[in-house]
Design a protein around this ligand. Sequence first.
Ligand SMILES: [Zn+2]
Ligand SMILES: [Zn+2]
Length: 175
Amino acid sequence: MKKAATHAVIELYWLVGPLVSNQSNRISTEEVMQCYYHPSIEAVATCTNCGKAICQTCSVDVAGRITCQKCLSLGSQTRFQAQSTKPTNTLAIVSLVLGILGLCGGLPFAIVAWITGHMARKQLLENPNQEGLQLANVGRGLGIAITVLNCVTVACVIVIFLLYMLGYLLEPPSY
Ligand SMILES: [Zn+2]
Ligand SMILES: [Zn+2]
C-alpha cells in the first residue's frame, strides 16, 4: 500500500514535473553538495523525481530530464516503454495487402485476407502494445466483401446453369 502511494507520488511528479521543475534541474556551481548515493563524490545535479543530489555517475539524462538510477528503475522505465512507438501487427499488414490483391481479382487472396485480418484483430485485442487494428479491420472487411461477392457470383452462375439445364430437360428442343 505504501509502495503504491510512493509510486503514485512519483507518477504525479512526472506529470507535473515539467511545469515546475525546469530551474531546479541543475545545481548552481556555488552550492557544494555531495551525491546521495556516493557521499564522497560531489553532486552535479538533482533528481527531477526525488530531488536527491546526485553525481555524474548516478544521473541519467532521459529526454532532457535528470533522473537518478533508482527513480529510473522504479517507475519511469514502464513510462518510456509506453511512450516508445508501438510495433505494428504483422498479420494486420499482411491482411491489408492481401485484401488489396483480392480487390484486383484474387479470391484466394481475399479469403486469406479475411483469415489473417481476423487473427490480427484477435491478437491486437489481446495485446494492446501493438498497433494496426484499423489495418486489420480494412483487410478483413475487404476479404469478407470480396469473398462474399465472389460466392454470390458463383452461386448466380450455378443457379442460372441449373435453371438452363432444367429447362433443357423439361422442354427438349424439338428437331
Ligand atoms: Zn531520484
Ligand atoms: Zn552518485
